[in-house]
Design a protein around this ligand. Structure first.
Ligand code: HEC
Ligand code: HEC
Length: 353
C-alpha cells in the first residue's frame, strides 16, 4: 500500500513537473527576457559621452519653442515612460491625436509610433521636436540654441569627437537615441520565469500565461517586448466603435497608402503595461482588464469571462520590470545669444468646470 502511494505520488509529481515545463518551453519559444543593458544600435555606438549628452537633451525644455516641453514632459521617466493622459498635451496647450507610448524598451520595437512611421529611435527623435502640436521647434532654431550654450558645444564635441561641426540636429537625435536605449526595464518576474525559475510566477499567474498563449494574445504580442513587432487591424474580427477607433485616424494607411493598411496599428508592447494607462491609441480605456476584454472581442472574436480577463491581467502584472533610476541632470544656463522662448496658448479652453 505504502509503495503504491509513493508510486502514485511520484507519478503525480512528474506529470505536474512535465506540465509546467511544457508551459515554460512554450513561453521560452515565444518570448525573450529583457537584457540587463542596452542592445547595440545600428550606426550609433553607445558611449558614456553620448549617454550623458542624450540624457540632458531628453530633459531639455529649450528643445521646444516654448521652453516648457521636453521629451520627459510626455515620456516621464518616473511614470513608466508615459504622460498618463488620454492623448498628449503639447505646444500652446494643444491636444494631440494619440496616446503617448512608453519610451522604456522602445529600442526593441521594429519601428516607432503607433503606425511604425519612424524606422528607429534616431529617426523618431526628430519628429516631436518639430511637430506643431508637440514641441513646435525647427532644426535651425535647435542648432542655434545649442550653439549659444558653450557647455552643450563641449558635450557635443566629446560625444562626436571625429566631427568638425558636431552640433547638428542629426547628432541631437543620435545622442537622444543612445540615452533612450539605456531605458530598459530588466528583471521582471516573468523574465526570471523565462530564465528557468518556475517559482517566479504564482499558480494563478502561470494560469494567466497559459490563457495568454491559448487564447491567442501571444500571436500578436510576443518577442522581447511582448509586442511592438508587427501590425494588425484594430478589429481583426469585430471593429470597435468610433470612440476607440475614430474614423479620421487610419493608422498605418498614412504610411503605406495601401488599402489593406486602413485602421492597422502596431501591436503595442505589453512590458510594464499596468504602469502605463490609459490604453489604446486613443487612450480612451483606463482599466487594463477592460482593455483585455476588448482585445478578446475585437482581435479574437471571443468573449473572455471576467475571471479569464482577471487571470490574464494577473499575468500581465508580472511584466513590470526594474524601472531605470535616472538622476535628473543639471542643465547649463542660456546666454545672450540663445533664441528666446515663444509663449502662446493656442488651445485655450474657454469653459471651466
Ligand atoms: C507633447 C507630448 C510629446 C513630446 C513632447 C514628445 N513625445 Fe514622444 N510621443 C508622443 C506621442 C503622442 C507619441 C505617439 C505618436 C504616434 O504614434 O503618432 C510619441 C511617440 C514616441 C516614441 C515611439 C514609441 C513607440 O513605442 O512607438 C518615442 C520613442 C518617443 N515618442 C520619444 C520622444 C522623444 C525622444 C521626445 C523628445 C525629443 C519626445 N518623444 C517628445 C508624445 C510626445
Ligand atoms: C491580431 C493581433 C492581436 C491580438 C490577437 C491581440 N492583440 Fe492586443 N493589440 C493589438 C493591436 C493592433 C493593439 C493596438 C490597438 C489600438 O490601435 O489602440 C492592441 C492593444 C492592446 C493593449 C493596449 C496596449 C496599450 O499600450 O495601449 C493591450 C493591453 C492588449 N492589446 C492586450 C492583449 C491581450 C491580453 C490579448 C489576448 C486576449 C490581445 N491583446 C490580443 C493586436 C492584438
Amino acid at each position: 500500500m505504502k509503495k503504491l502511494v509513493s508510486v502514485l505520488l511520484l507519478l503525480l509529481s512528474t506529470t505536474a513537473v512535465a506540465a509546467v515545463d511544457v508551459l515554460m518551453l512554450q513561453a521560452q519559444s515565444r518570448f525573450k527576457p529583457i537584457p540587463d543593458g542596452p542592445p547595440a544600435l545600428t550606426d550609433n555606438p553607445i558611449t558614456a559621452a553620448k549617454v550623458e549628452l542624450g540624457k540632458m537633451l531628453y530633459f531639455e525644455p529649450r528643445l521646444s519653442a516654448s521652453w516648457l516641453i521636453s521629451c520627459n514632459t510626455c515620456h516621464n521617466v518616473g511614470l513608466g515612460g508615459v504622460d498618463i493622459v488620454e492623448t498628449s498635451i503639447g505646444h500652446g496647450w494643444q491636444k494631440g491625436p494619440r496616446n503617448a507610448p512608453t519610451v522604456f524598451n522602445a529600442v526593441f520595437n521594429i519601428a516607432q509610433f503607433w503606425d511604425g512611421r519612424a524606422a528607429d529611435l534616431k529617426a523618431q527623435a526628430k519628429g516631436p521636436v518639430q511637430a506643431g502640436v508637440e514641441m513646435n521647434n525647427t532644426p535651425d532654431r535647435v542648432v542655434k540654441t545649442l550653439n549659444s550654450i558653450p557647455r552643450y558645444v563641449e558635450l557635443f564635441k566629446a560625444a562626436f569627437p571625429a566631427e568638425k561641426q558636431p552640433v547638428t540636429f542629426d547628432n541631437m537625435a543620435r545622442a537622444i537615441e543612445v540615452f533612450e536605449a539605456t531605458l530598459v526595464t530588466p528583471a521582471a518576474r516573468f523574465d526570471n520565469y523565462l530564465r528557468g525559475d518556475k517559482r517566479a510566477l504564482s499558480t494563478r499567474e502561470r494560469r494567466g500565461l497559459r490563457l495568454y498563449i491559448a487564447k491567442g494574445c501571444a500571436n500578436c504580442h510576443s518577442g522581447t517586448n511582448m509586442g511592438g513587432t508587427a501590425y494588425y487591424p484594430f478589429g481583426v474580427v469585430k471593429k470597435p466603435g468610433a470612440e476607440l477607433l475614430p474614423p479620421n485616424d487610419k493608422g498605418r494607411f498614412a504610411v503605406t497608402r495601401s488599402a489593406s493598411d486602413e485602421y492597422v496599428f502596431r501591436a503595442p508592447p505589453l512590458r510594464n503595461i499596468v504602469l502605463t494607462p490609459p490604453y489604446f491609441h486613443t487612450g480612451r480605456v483606463w482599466d487594463v482588464k477592460q482593455a483585455v476584454s476588448i482585445m478578446g472581442s475585437s482581435q479574437l472574436g471571443i468573449n473572455l469571462t471576467a475571471e479569464e480577463a482577471e487571470t490574464i491581467v494577473a499575468f500581465l502584472k508580472t511584466l513590470t520590470g526594474e524601472q531605470p533610476q535616472v538622476e535628473y541632470p543639471v542643465l547649463p544656463a542660456s546666454t545672450a545669444t540663445t533664441p528666446l522662448p515663444i509663449t502662446e496658448v493656442i488651445g485655450l479652453v474657454t469653459k471651466g468646470h
